[in-house]
Design a protein around this ligand. Sequence first.
Ligand SMILES: NC(=O)c1ccc[n+]([C@@H]2O[C@H](COP(=O)([O-])OP(=O)(O)OC[C@H]3O[C@@H](n4cnc5c(N)ncnc54)[C@H](OP(=O)(O)O)[C@@H]3O)[C@@H](O)[C@H]2O)c1
Length: 224
Amino acid sequence: MPHPKVLINFALTVDGKVSTAGFTPTTFTSAYDKKRLLEIRSLADAVMVGRGTVEKDRMTMGMPDAKLRKARQERGQAEYPLRVILSGSGKLDLNLPVFGQKFSPILLFTGKSAANEVSWPDHVRVYRSERDWQDLGEVLSFLYAQYGVRTLICEGGPTLVRALAERDRIDEIYATIAPKLFGGEHAPGLLGTSDAFLSASRAYRMVNFEIHGDEAYLHYRRDR
Ligand SMILES: NC(=O)c1ccc[n+]([C@@H]2O[C@H](COP(=O)([O-])OP(=O)(O)OC[C@H]3O[C@@H](n4cnc5c(N)ncnc54)[C@H](OP(=O)(O)O)[C@@H]3O)[C@@H](O)[C@H]2O)c1
């Protein structure tokens, strides 16, 4: 089944952590990194996150820079990317900032244990499956076929990225290495907190490396 190219973009400490223990929200990169995150997001037709990220980071998944929006339209893309949220439980607070913004549809992929009686806003389209844990291969193919998504950026969190890595669906990795150490046996890394190895290692080629201030910006492409 055809599916979109999947990019991920993450900030990591030098010891490979993406969050503090307890998944508390943490902003540990520069303003330059935040600007770059939006530039990378602007390349995609859809931006995807899991419940943990949309809750902890309180993001709107938007495109606040008018220049980036204009460039998207000139490339034939929608002004704002589609917003895709994965939550098997469907236990999302309707007061989260993401639901207060209507600039693009929100596609919520949820499962059988999600409550039926939630009054989702009109711009939220709910896709409920018979199981809570969504098959990302199916979700990606659906987005390709039904919404014309050709490039998708996943901005976290580690649980969702691990699921993508298990399906070997990560085509490109953008990583910002911040000059910090967090430590913590239970603080998540890029693929979360699971101690299980992937079924096979995934190899990438480095396509770019930049230094800005004290941060390093890495860009890798899957070596298939
Ligand atoms: N450093 C960075 O660049 C970066 C980026 C993003 C996030 N973070 C941090 O990561 C932390 C959040 O971590 P997290 O692992 O909880 O985030 P997450 O992956 O965004 O959220 C996990 C939740 O997403 C849902 N989910 C993920 N994959 C799913 C699938 N295949 N099918 C159904 N539901 C799925 C589940 O929700 P339900 O429980 O509702 O089923 C799961 O519990 C936060 O502290 C955040 O700040 C850091």
